[in-house]
Design a protein around this ligand. Structure first.
Ligand code: PMP
Length: 296
């Protein structure tokens, strides 16, 4: 049975009940979105791709010049501890690192040490356990260009994504496709986007204004193993409308068919044959002890 009460969070060295866990109102993560984060899943006691998530977290922190307060292996041990304390076998973990509490004013010298929060809870896939597919609109908002705040850096600044999600909700669909600065398909509010056309799998290259998703990278590995041609390149909205199959990928959502975009049914409007194979393989891999760290 999944437990939703008595959850503990790690906050700057202490394990606190989540109702009691708090940070300063002067925290620059709160005041300015000045921080980075990661979301990770644990499947059947195995933390999936923990090393890859920690690598991305430390790279994000370095990009915005936050000194991580401990080594990756120590942080990894705390992630394990949080899952253990919460007795979770299928947990969703969130790591948040901000520049820390300081004074008002953006000057980072106001902050003496980073704030580190790790929380975990049971969480079903973003669009539900039994979702057959999702619909999306094309958002009026673009991803920030790579030459500005590079979307590969996973910062706490999610406003564009949140506004895109609001557009999706207003339109009565699950997701919003965000274009990049040049008007090519980048990603959805919190997932990478893949299309399949004539047996070729296509997704945006990480330099094209998208987060280099860990799920995306696993899917690419699977596509190569299955022997399908793969292209990481710019993709137009018309290519997405006319794809044979499309799906989105993310830690929260996992892999979900994208079956309608701005009124256009994608392919047959249901899970396609190639996506089926990819999802099967992903389920197998994500539960494999070889692909993660065991919570023991
Ligand atoms: N793009 C964005 C904007 C996201 O927030 C996420 C979720 N972290 C993803 C893609 C998917 O990345 P991942 O597979 O690493 O969860």
């Amino acid at each position: 049975m999944t437990q939703t009460t008595n959850l503990y969070a790690y906050v700057n060295g202490r394990y606190l009940r989540r109702e009691e866990a708090s940070i300063s109102i002067y925290d620059h993560g709160f005041l300015y979105g000045d921080g980075v984060f990661e979301a990770i899943r644990e499947y059947d006691g195995i933390i999936f791709k923990l090393r890859e998530h920690l690598d991305r977290l430390y790279e994000s922190a370095k990009a915005i010049r936050i000194n991580m307060p401990m080594s990756k292996s120590d942080l990894g041990r705390i992630v394990v501890e949080v899952l253990k304390k919460n007795q979770l076998k299928n947990g969703y973990v969130r790591i948040v690192v901000s520049r820390g509490a300081g004074k008002m004013g953006v000057d980072p010298r106001n902050c003496t040490s980073p704030t580190l929060v790790i929380m975990a809870e049971p969480r079903e896939p973003l669009f539900g356990e039994k979702v057959k597919g999702i619909s999306a609109i094309v958002s009026s908002l673009r991803r920030t260009p790579s030459w500005s705040m590079d979307p590969r850096v996973k910062t706490l600044n999610y406003l564009n994504n949140i506004l895109a999600k609001i557009e999706a909700i207003d339109a009565g669909v699950e997701e919003a496709i965000m274009l990049n600065e040049q008007g090519y398909v980048a990603e959805s509010s919190t997932e990478n986007v893949f299309i399949i056309k004539n047996g070729t799998v296509i997704t945006a290259h990480p330099s094209l204004g998208v987060l280099k998703g860990i799920t995306r990278d696993v899917v690419i590995q699977i596509v190569r193993e299955l022997g399908y041609p793969l292209e990481e390149r710019s993709m137009t909205i018309a290519e997405l409308y006319n794809a044979d199959e499309a799906f989105v990928t993310g830690t929260a959502a996992e892999i979900v068919p994208l079956i309608k975009v701005s009124g256009r049914v994608i392919g047959d409007g249901k899970l396609g044959p190639i996506a089926t194979k990819i999802i099967e393989k992903y389920r197998e891999l994500s539960r494999s002890p070889k692909e993660g760290i065991a919570v023991e």
